[in-house]
Write a protein that binds this ligand. Structure first.
Ligand SMILES: [Zn+2]
Length: 207
């Protein structure tokens, strides 16, 4: 179970980012069916609720909302629940939001595909994916965030379903392997789109 920085378990809802933002789910709509920590049913038949609403948390999500959109920063309201059986605290976020990362899964998949498959430069990837206006020192030689994502992929800490690129793979090859897997997992209706766009849509469904 992925956890965020404050140690809370993070759970993706079936609701995607766009719908969540337009119509934030109520405490009832976003409540998970069961506690991911102990398996207790959240609303046992005829019994009292076991996963109680435990407030809301505002969260930023970075990246473009579509492959042809400008990068942006949006805010979503994540919902917290507390399990009365095991005291676990859960944070429920939209599908496509990853526990420890400020960028959306779609933005990261898109970046890996632009760099690994479309062979865009790191600066170009940054221009298309990052809403950050102030460039740090790393912008001169590349984009540290992009290399970190590729390293996380190689170490199986991100998009762990991707095939292992092997110990001798470069960061860019690791990015390409993961991006190809994401593109292949996208809905068949995206088949005519360029690979990097398919990677965007494939990554949006990753939990
Ligand atoms: Zn529990």
């Amino acid at each position: 179970m992925p956890r965020n920085r404050s140690g809370c378990s993070v759970l993706q809802s079936a609701i995607d980012i766009k719908r969540w933002q337009q119509q934030p789910p109520t405490v009832v709509e976003a409540r998970p069916a069961r506690c991911p920590a102990c398996g207790t049913a959240s609303c046992p038949l005829g019994g009292a609720i076991r996963l109680q609403g435990h407030g809301k948390r505002e969260r930023q999500v970075w990246g473009p909302s579509g492959p042809n959109h400008a990068p942006e920063v949006i805010s979503i309201i994540a919902r917290r629940y507390r399990c009365l059986s095991c005291s676990a605290v859960l944070l429920v976020v939209p599908r496509g939001v990853l526990g420890r990362r400020v960028y959306s899964a779609a933005a990261i998949g898109f970046a890996l595909a632009l760099w690994g498959l479309a062979l865009a430069t790191a600066a170009e990837v940054r221009r298309r994916v990052s809403p950050a206006k102030i460039l740090g020192d790393s912008a001169v030689t590349g984009w540290a965030t992009l290399r970190r994502w590729a390293r996380d992929v190689a170490q199986r800490g991100l998009f762990a379903d991707a095939p292992d690129p092997g110990p001798s793979a470069s960061l860019r090859q690791s990015a390409a392997t993961a991006a190809a897997r994401l593109a292949a997992s996208a809905d068949p209706t995206t088949r005519a789109l360029p690979l990097e766009q398919r990677a965007f849509f494939g990554a949006a469904h990753v939990t």
